[in-house]
Every structure is written in structure tokens, then in C-alpha cells.
Write a protein of this length. Structure first.
Length: 285
């Protein structure tokens, strides 16, 4: 444990603190594994070491699961750290998880910026390696995921999903202003792929793209073989990439609709014929 972490941990334990734009808070969770339901119903469990998300995508469906309206309105600016996450998982040592499929994470990103110091996700991975045999899918937009390549190599069945939604940094900044850039995400998933770990790019949701041909080529240049795509949904509250009001308004202003999605999908499919679509693409590994 380094000094920075000790100081940070002490600060978090005693009061709410800020890391960059994010308010951090510790909380105890009542459980750590949630039965996979709805969009995630092919998984045995979803696991979220954090709630809230520093990346704050303005279309994020997870915002609907905020426990107050204020939290929903401030989506992207708060993260709760489930400080007992590892302890809760340790209770399963008595009855190890064998061949269970786990999706990490469904309503947050497991590689929050604070993960760099706290290593919540890393400790969970180590717990899985030491005491269980799970089939794991990790979903992220963070380059921090490459830190754990050494642990990924110890899983028999694992897949790392990196979300990349557009070829345009301008579009990315409109919808995902607090996220790492496309270039950084593509570099990270290339590194995962080159480390011989199953890698997947999730284009979920597909945002407006400048050149679908070039976008497809850039995606393929990563060496990744598996891709999943889904459209930008407007339905509020559904367990899909449900779109919040602001994002819905912007997408209309950009003249992006189902027809544009279908046209772009057709071009992408000409490069990636076996791209997984929507829920079917997300089927547990
Ligand atoms: S990274 Fe994922 S969980 Fe976080 S705001 Fe974006 S879509 Fe939501």
C-alpha cells in the first residue's frame, strides 16, 4: 500500500472527497453477486464493485438505477465504493463458484479512475483465481484494464470487452465527455488482444460515425476478432442502452436515426460479417 493510497483511503473513510470531477464515498453493500436478468439473463451473475460511474456517458442506462433523482441528474460526478465487496465475495469460498458466468460490470465501469489506487476489481479477480472457477466477461472503457493482464492470463475462460462507439472524437466528446478517448481505448484493447486474451469490441451503442468504411478498418486493425453492436435506444428505463433526455435530444439534432444506423451497420457488416447484434451478441461465454 503506497502513501498516496493510505492518505486517500483515510480521507475517504472520514469524509466524502473528490477525485478529479468525481465525489467519492464508501458504502457497504448487502450483496455482491446479482442474478443475471433481462439483458444479462444469459449470465449467472453480474458484479459491480462500484456504483455510479466517473465516465458519465450521457446516454447511460445505468443512471436510471441511481437511488435518488439528484444522483441521476449528477450521473458521472459520483462513485460509491463498495468497501465490503471482497469480504462479501469471500463468503463464497465455502461453496466455490464453479463454471458460473459473471459479467463485470453491468451498471458501472469496473476500471474507475479510483481503481488505480484501491484495486477493488483487481482483488476480486485474484479472489476468483484463488478460490473459484468462473467464466468472466469484463466490460470497460478504461485503459487501466491493461494493468490486470497478468491476472487475466490465469483464467481459463475470460473475455475483455472494450466499448468504442464512434470514429469521431467530436461525437465522442458530445456523448462521452468524461471518458477516455477512442484512440486510448483502441490502444488498450489492441494490447489485450496481443497478450492472447480473448478481446471483444462493443460498439454499444453505435453513435454517429464520419466514415463507416474507415471505422471498420480501424476496428479490424486492433486484431480483435469479436465485435458486438447495438443501436442507440430511446426507450427510457429499459435494461438496454436506454437513452437519457439530453442524449436523445442531441441524437435528433445530429439527424441520427434507425435508418442511419441500418445503413452504417450494413457497411460495418461488409467488413465484419459475423458481428454480434444486440442481446444475442452479449450472450454469456
Ligand atoms: S462507462 Fe458504462 S456505466 Fe459508465 S457511464 Fe458510460 S455506459 Fe454508463
Amino acid at each position: 500500500m503506497n502513501d498516496l493510497f493510505s492518505t486517500l483511503e483515510t480521507q475517504i473513510e472520514t469524509k466524502k472527497i473528490k477525485l478529479g470531477h468525481t465525489d467519492l464515498e464508501y458504502a457497504n453493500a448487502s450483496s455482491i453477486l446479482t442474478e443475471g436478468k433481462g439483458f444479462m439473463d444469459t449470465y449467472d451473475y453480474t458484479l459491480n464493485p462500484y456504483s455510479g460511474c466517473s465516465f458519465g456517458c450521457n446516454y447511460c442506462y445505468a443512471a436510471f438505477f441511481s437511488y435518488t433523482k439528484e444522483k441521476m441528474d449528477n450521473w458521472g460526478y459520483w462513485v460509491k465504493i463498495k468497501e465490503n465487496a471482497l469480504n462479501l465475495l469471500m463468503k463464497f469460498r465455502k461453496k466455490p463458484l464453479l463454471n458460473k458466468t459473471i459479467y463485470l460490470s453491468s451498471v458501472t465501469d469496473p476500471y474507475q479512475p479510483i481503481e488505480k489506487e484501491l484495486e477493488m476489481t483487481r482483488n476480486i479477480l485474484q479472489e476468483f483465481i484463488d478460490y473459484h472457477k468462473v467464466r468472466l466477461v469484463i466490460q470497460t472503457r478504461s485503459p487501466l484494464v491493461t494493468r490486470d493482464i497478468d491476472l487475466f492470463k490465469k483464467f481459463e475462460t475470460i473475455q475483455i470487452n472494450m466499448t468504442v462507439t464512434t470514429d469521431s472524437e467530436d461525437v465522442r466528446k458530445i456523448f462521452e465527455p468524461l471518458c477516455p478517448s477512442n484512440k486510448i481505448r483502441l490502444k488498450a484493447i489492441t494490447e489485450i488482444q496481443q497478450s492472447n486474451i480473448n478481446a471483444c469490441i462493443t460498439i454499444t451503442p453505435l453513435l454517429p460515425v464520419i466514415d463507416a468504411h474507415e471505422f471498420s478498418k480501424i476496428l479490424l486493425e486492433t486484431g480483435v476478432k469479436k465485435f458486438i453492436i447495438q443501436p442507440f435506444h430511446g426507450e427510457k428505463g429499459k435494461f438496454v442502452a436506454g437513452t437519457r433526455e439530453e442524449a436523445s435530444k442531441i441524437i435528433k439534432e445530429l439527424n441520427w436515426d434507425n435508418e442511419k444506423y441500418q445503413q452504417t451497420l450494413t457497411i460495418i457488416q461488409s467488413y465484419i460479417p459475423d458481428i454480434g447484434i444486440g442481446k444475442d451478441g452479449f450472450t454469456a461465454i
